[in-house]
Design a protein around this ligand. Structure first.
Ligand SMILES: Cc1ncc(COP(=O)(O)O)c(C=O)c1O
Length: 361
C-alpha cells in the first residue's frame, strides 16, 4: 500500500516516513504539545481574558516591532484572512491580489461571502504582485459603476514558494497608501519567509508598510490557531465583533495563546521553519540532473515544484508517496517540507521520485 492509499507501483523503495503533500501534513512540535499540557491546569477566564493570551499578544506585537498592535487570535487561516479583510472593507469595495492567492483559490469563496466584496485577481509569473499591477484598477476610483479597490493582498511566503524582499513589500505599500488602499499580508508561512530572508519579521511587514496581516502558527508547528494583527490599531477597532460573527472567537483561547508563546518565546518558529526550508533545498539538490525530472524553480522556502515526464508518472508518484498536482497540464507537482522532515525522508523521496520518472521516459 502506498501513502496515496492505493497500491504502490511495484519495485520501488519504501516511501519516506513523512509526507511531502503539505506542511499541514506534519504533526505538532513537541514544545507546543508541552505548552498545551502546561496550560491545562486550573481555570482561566474564556474568550481571551486570560494571562496566556495577554503574554502571547505581547510576543506577537514584539516580534513585529509594534507593541501597540491589535492582535486577535483565531481558529484558522481562512478565518483569520476573512476577519482581517472584513475589518478593512465595505461591500462595494474590492481586494487586488495575485490569481494564485489562497484567499482567491483555496478558501471556497469565504472572503467574498463574508466581506461581500469582489476579489480582483491578477496573473503573475511567480505568485508575486507588482506595484504596476495595482495601477490599472485605480482608473475607476470614484466611479459608482465599478467596485472600488480598497485592499491589496499579498502572501508571504507565496503560494508559489517565492518571497517578497522588504523593498518589494515597501513598493506595494507605497502605491497602495498613495491611493488610499490598505496592504494586507497573508502570513500563513511568515516563519518560512523570516527564516529564508534571515531578516527581522518587522522589516518585511510593519516597517515595509503592511497594515494588517495573518500571523501563521499552524504551518510553523502549532496544532491550530492563527492571529490577525492590525499594525495600525485603528483599523482593528471592530475586530472583536467581526471575529465573533465570523465564528473565529475561540472560547478556551489560552490554548491557542499557549501555542504562540511556545513558538515565539525563543525563536522556535523561525528555527523550525529554517529546517523546513533546508529540507526543500536538499530535495532540489537531490533531484538535480535526474532523468525526466525538472525542478521548475529554485526553492526559496519549503516548497519544491517538480515536473515529471507524464500524467502516468504523476499518478505513480501519488500512489507511492502522495503530493498534490500543481499544474496538471505540465505534469508538475508540489512537494512540501516541514519541521518534521528528515534528511532520510528527503533522500528516500528523491530516490523514489527519480525512479518513477525514469520508468516513464
Ligand atoms: C497561503 C495560505 N493562507 C492561508 C492558509 C490557511 O488555511 P486554513 O484555513 O486551512 O488554516 C493556508 C493553508 O494552506 C495557506 O497556504
Amino acid at each position: 500500500m502506498g501513502q496515496g492509499g492505493g497500491p504502490a507501483p511495484a519495485g520501488l523503495p519504501a516511501p519516506p516516513g513523512t509526507s511531502f503533500a503539505s506542511d499541514n501534513a506534519a504533526g505538532v512540535l513537541p514544545e507546543v504539545i508541552d505548552a498545551l499540557a502546561a496550560a491545562n491546569h486550573g481555570s482561566a477566564l474564556a474568550y481571551g481574558a486570560d494571562p496566556w493570551t495577554a503574554r502571547a499578544a505581547a510576543l506577537v506585537g514584539g516580534v513585529l516591532g509594534r507593541p501597540d498592535a491589535e492582535v486577535a487570535f483565531c481558529w484558522g487561516g481562512t478565518g483569520a484572512n476573512v476577519v482581517g479583510l472584513q475589518c478593512l472593507l465595505r461591500p462595494w469595495e474590492a481586494v487586488i491580489c495575485p490569481d494564485t492567492a489562497h484567499i482567491h483559490v483555496d478558501e471556497c469563496g469565504a472572503p467574498e461571502r463574508f466581506t461581500g466584496c469582489k476579489l480582483l485577481a491578477v496573473p503573475t509569473p511567480d505568485g508575486k504582485l507588482r506595484p504596476e499591477q495595482i495601477e490599472p484598477f485605480l482608473a475607476v476610483v470614484g466611479d459608482e459603476h465599478h467596485v472600488q479597490p480598497r485592499v491589496v493582498s499579498i502572501t508571504q511566503s507565496t503560494e508559489s514558494g517565492t518571497l517578497y524582499r522588504p523593498e518589494e513589500v515597501a513598493g506595494l505599500a507605497e502605491v497602495a497608501h498613495g491611493n488610499g488602499l490598505h496592504l494586507h499580508l497573508d502570513g500563513a508561512r511568515l516563519a518560512n519567509a523570516a527564516a529564508a530572508l534571515g531578516a527581522d519579521v518587522a522589516s518585511f511587514t510593519a516597517d515595509a508598510g503592511v497594515d494588517v496581516l495573518t500571523f501563521g502558527a499552524t504551518k510553523a508547528g502549532a496544532m491550530y490557531g492563527e492571529a490577525v494583527v492590525f499594525l495600525r490599531p485603528e483599523l482593528g477597532r471592530d475586530v472583536r465583533f467581526v471575529r465573533k460573527q465570523a465564528a473565529q472567537l475561540p472560547s478556551k483561547m489560552r490554548f491557542v495563546a499557549a501555542q504562540f508563546e511556545a513558538l515565539l518565546a525563543d525563536g522556535l518558529w523561525v528555527r523550525a521553519a529554517a529546517h523546513a526550508n533546508a529540507m526543500a533545498a536538499r530535495l532540489a539538490e537531490r533531484l538535480a540532473g535526474a532523468p525526466g525530472v525538472v525542478v521548475t524553480r529554485r526553492p526559496e522556502v519549503n516548497a519544491v515544484f517538480v515536473r515529471l515526464p507524464s500524467a502516468a508518472a504523476v499518478a505513480d508518484l501519488q500512489a507511492w508517496s502522495f503530493v498534490w498536482a500543481w499544474d496538471v497540464a505540465r505534469h508538475e507537482v508540489r512537494a512540501m517540507t516541514s519541521f518534521a522532515t528528515t534528511d532520510a525522508d528527503v533522500d528516500a523521496f528523491a530516490a523514489g521520485l527519480a525512479a518513477i520518472a525514469a520508468r516513464h521516459l
